[in-house]
Ligand binder design. Sequence first.
Ligand code: ZN
Length: 283
Amino acid sequence: MKSTIGIIGGVMLFFMSGLAFANSYVKDKLHKPVPGGVAVVSLGEHSQAPKVSYLNKPVMVVSNGNTSEYLAIVGIPLKSKTGVAQLQVKTPTGAQKVAFQIQPKKYKEQHIKLKSNKYVTPSEEHLDRIKRELAAQTNAYANFRHATPSNIVLDRPVEGGRYSSPFGLRRFFNGQERNPHSGLDIAVPSGTPVKAPADGVVTIVDDYYFNGKTVFIDHGQGMVTMYCHLSAIDVKKGQTIKRGEQLGKVGTTGRSTGPHLHWNVSLNDSRVDPAIFLGAFQP
Ligand code: ZN
């Protein structure tokens, strides 16, 4: 068996979409395989969870309900090209590649005028600070804790409000293009409670140059969420937090033009559209 997989598995791609596996609640909810989206990919039936990586980063694997089918929950980086992509899958009997398709999506543009150039062209001194803060966040996103998340279809972290700025928006500050919008903005009044959308561990509590007062929660298996521009923080670094527990209050600290929650969701170190996890994805 092992030698067969060694010979065939090394060169063969498995297109799983045509196979007759049970329909999945998770796939129905989360499978939006676009750049900045999520692919839910069947790994077939196994006696234990296969180990999966994508772009050399570990990927979340969950069982499909009470079946022995396993699903990879893959974050697709916003910069990805469309077409066939491949997961590396390891099982006790060998290694194989599992393919999935990345479909196209067009993201909108927005031009923003900021009165202060402080946030458009930061000074030398601020650049050092920004670098340090970026490194801390990059580190938190790359963390892979083996605990399985309590839930991967997430709760809305704030009640009410409208989605004021979508994920992936291409942004121009005073005419200069900056990174696309890495999260979802929800416009709600200052002081609105922000609640954890799933169980987790608080990995960052800080006050950042761009993001203002910020909290990171690590939900396990590479699912990490970030909450920015908060007016108050109610948690401490290193503590566990339960689904529904308050982590802070909405504000407008950092580079922000008014009170709102900026919310990031990351899978396998790829920032993906948080709206997907709320059932609010716009194709
Ligand atoms: Zn934002």
